[in-house]
Write a protein that binds this ligand. Structure first.
Ligand code: 13P
Length: 340
């Protein structure tokens, strides 16, 4: 394992002012998002949509990397260029989602476990050939009556660590994503407790599997009240509880933490990241973004399945990138939204 190379890639992915776009939705997930906007999900519409994102002018200024889905890493643009080359030309590092999605955890109603370890070594070798430099694996933890259970937290933490070890063995930076879901009516304190537990167990398993912390990134949820909670957390509260949770669970050797947006509105996701970066100085890790919905919601709506809307969609995408780029240094202000 070339640790120096892993560290250099991890550092590039969390370079100042830049973050990651998660464009790795499975066919099922992108199908649901398209359906909500009346767009057919076909190989061609998925290509056109992602090509629109990747060929937006100047994305390299605020994007360090893009996480791709298996279909996209093999796909060519309408002009016959590999989609990965569109990214490379823009100075953006291609990455790949390597888990095979979350399924019901047996004998544990309401909980999930992530599959995809079988054959992972061979798949990773293929992705290296295709030009990927980093990978992602998502684990899902649900808060509810009597859950998460220890069985769920341990199973997911173990799988994340096994995946991360495989990824480093292949020379690919793992993005370890334990997501405590925002779904439900739980309080921010319940989210804090579940996140603290999950993160501590994840790092215990990463240690046992010999994962080098300086050659990985963590992709956690923010600590936030449930979507249906009567009392909704404020921006400073989210920033404070999230950073305090991470300080108690994430070792300083990890170079960066790249948040998922998890169903927050795009403006809230930007405001929360900005608040963390402006309220805290001298944290051991970079605090950045790896959003799917919070970066894609507006451009997808503007595109609407019609390639004559590409300019408007790219403008919306470039704007969200710029806002989140500013949030990296705590210099975002809501007034910047109207200036667009
Ligand atoms: P969201 O930002 O929409 O939560 O997606 C991030 C992601 O990559 C989920 O795996």
């Amino acid at each position: 394992m070339d640790l120096r190379k892993l560290e250099a890639t991890a550092e590039e992915l969390v370079a100042p002012g830049k973050g990651i776009l998660a464009a790795d939705e499975s066919h099922g997930t992108i199908g649901k998002r398209f359906e909500g906007l009346g767009i057919d999900s076909t190989e061609t519409t998925r290509r056109d949509y992602r090509q629109m994102l990747f060929s937006t002018n100047g994305i390299g200024e605020h994007l360090s990397g893009v996480i791709l889905f298996d279909e996209t890493i093999r796909q060519e643009s309408s002009g016959g260029e590999l989609m990965t080359n569109l990214l490379k030309d823009a100075g953006v590092i291609p990455g790949i989602k390597v888990d095979k999605s979350a399924i019901d955890l047996p004998l544990s109603p309401g909980e999930k476990t992530t599959q995809g370890l079988d054959g992972l070594r061979e798949r990773l070798e293929e992705y290296v050939e295709m030009g990927a430099h980093f990978t992602k694996w998502r684990a899902v933890i649900t808060i509810g009556d009597g859950i998460p259970t220890r069985a769920c937290v341990e199973a997911n933490a173990h799988a994340l660590a096994r995946y991360a070890a495989h990824s480093q063995e292949a020379g690919l930076v793992p993005i370890v994503e334990p997501e405590v879901l925002i779904d439900g009516d739980h309080s921010i304190q319940q989210c804090y407790d579940a996140s603290l537990w999950t993160l501590n167990r994840t790092f215990a398993h990463l240690y046992e599997q010999n994962v080098e912390l300086s050659g990985m990134l963590l992709k956690p949820n923010m600590v936030i009240s449930g979507k249906e909670a009567a009392e909704q957390s404020g921006v400073e509260e989210v920033a404070n509880m999230t950073v305090e949770c991470l300080l108690r669970s994430v070792p300083a050797a990890v170079p960066g933490i790249v948040f998922l947006s998890g169903g927050q509105s795009d403006l809230r996701a930007t405001a929360h990241l900005n608040a963390m970066n402006s309220m805290y100085d001298g944290l051991p890790w970079e605090l950045s973004f790896s959003y799917a919905r919070a970066l894609q919601e507006r451009p997808m709506e503007a595109w609407g399945g019609d390639n004559s809307n590409v300019d408007a969609a790219q403008k919306a995408f470039a704007h969200r990138l710029k806002m989140n780029g500013a949030a990296r240094s705590g210099s975002y202000d809501k007034g910047m939204e109207d200036a667009a």
